[in-house]
Ligand binder design. Structure first.
Ligand SMILES: Cc1cc2nc3c(=O)[nH]c(=O)nc-3n(C[C@H](O)[C@H](O)[C@H](O)COP(=O)(O)OP(=O)(O)OC[C@H]3O[C@@H](n4cnc5c(N)ncnc54)[C@H](O)[C@@H]3O)c2cc1C
Length: 320
């Protein structure tokens, strides 16, 4: 029996084509801004493929999303991707946002329908004169620009969707409109992802379906969040956090172990790209990336040498 595990052979400094991206949300206060930037600065040396910044429900963070993306562009070497939703805005308003991003140097948008104004679970009604859904928004972005567009995917189906098949039809419409990557909602059972992937490929969709990984920073919050977005929380996961409500240090170790187990199993099944929901905190994500073989020092070696200063004429070299 072959018991070799690819993940055991990830060597530091040789990330075997593993690519990661990190998702952040725009901060509301100066204190949150500081912790966001601590997280960005800690994770940046891992040279993610891109970092994305979410767009608050109902477009509530439009300015803050924009400001965060602009600061990433101005102060780091990272490639930002700006999330954008169709909610509570006309096409013209959204087109202005798209234009402003392109103007600012953003090359990548994560295009979403967004949740209804009343919150997830309410019936979604497109804004009159707005983009109807995510596929319509992707088409709008592609009509205006040549920006890269990523979209969402739901291994356990979106709660609004009558079936997985309807969900995959929507994914197909988004791909047909020009999306070139899908990022999944978080999940904890890898089998759900693999089954979904089989169905997506069978539907003739061949773009990367990047697993969205949520390290469990806070189990109670994760459960509430999962219930809202239709992700299941298996009993074994609840069991692992059971009795640790007052023990933050052990919770953190368990969270790292759970996420490590998940990503290494995905690696063993050939997955190379991962999108991390960081919740604006670096520590767990940094540790998991380390397990994936990513090292800032090793990556540093791949950076081009800085240009040499002009060679001095030979006589001057001695004097210099
Ligand atoms: C990677 C990722 C990033 C996200 N980032 C953000 C963000 O920055 N800001 C934010 O507000 N939200 C974000 N969300 C959440 C997302 O906006 C919600 O899940 C929203 O409800 C659906 O938007 P979507 O683009 O994912 O949906 P879509 O892909 O358009 O639709 C998802 C499913 O719902 C079905 N559906 C859509 N509309 C209807 C309808 N009217 N009736 C019946 N079925 C329908 C579709 O058929 C499809 O199966 C994100 C989700 C993911 C997975």
């Amino acid at each position: 029996m072959d018991v070799s595990r690819a993940s055991r052979f990830i060597n530091a400094g040789k990330p075997r084509g593993i690519r990661v991206s990190f998702e952040f949300f725009p901060p509301k206060t100066a204190e949150m801004e500081q912790s966001l930037w601590e997280a960005i600065n800690r994770l940046a040396p891992l040279e993610p493929n891109f970092v994305s910044v979410t767009y608050g429900a109902g477009g509530s963070t439009r300015e803050r999303t924009h400001a965060t993306v602009k600061r990433i562009l101005a102060e780091t070497m990272l490639t930002p991707a700006a999330h954008l939703t169709c909610v509570a805005a006309t096409r013209a308003e959204i087109d202005t946002v798209i234009g402003a991003y392109a103007q600012a140097g953003v090359r990548h948008i994560v295009a979403l329908r967004g949740d209804p104004l009343g919150g997830a679970g309410e019936t979604y009604a497109p804004h009159p004169g707005g983009y109807r859904n995510a596929a319509d928004l992707v088409a709008g972005i592609k009509r205006l620009t040549d920006l890269e567009v990523s979209v969402s995917a739901y291994p356990e189906k979106h709660p609004d969707s009558p079936s997985v098949a309807a969900d995959i039809d929507m994914l197909k419409a988004k791909v047909d409109a020009g999306a070139t990557r899908a990022i999944t909602q978080f999940f904890f059972e890898n089998d759900l992802y693999f089954r979904y992937l089989d169905r997506v490929r069978a539907a003739g969709i061949h773009i990367p379906i990047v697993p969205g990984i949520l390290p469990v920073q806070n189990f109670k919050m994760t459960k509430t969040f999962a219930a809202r977005c239709g992700a299941s929380v298996p009993a074994w996961l609840a069991d692992r956090f059971d009795g640790l409500d007052d023990d933050a240090a052990t919770r953190k170790l368990i969270a790292a172990a759970v996420a490590a187990e998940q990503v290494l199993d995905l690696v063993d099944h050939g997955v190379t790209d991962f999108h991390f929901y960081t919740m604006n905190r670096a520590d767990l994500v940094y540790a998991i990336c380390h397990l994936l073989g990513l090292r800032p020092a090793a990556l540093e070696r791949h950076r081009p040498e800085p240009p040499h200063p002009h060679p001095l004429p030979s006589g001057e070299r001695e004097r210099a």
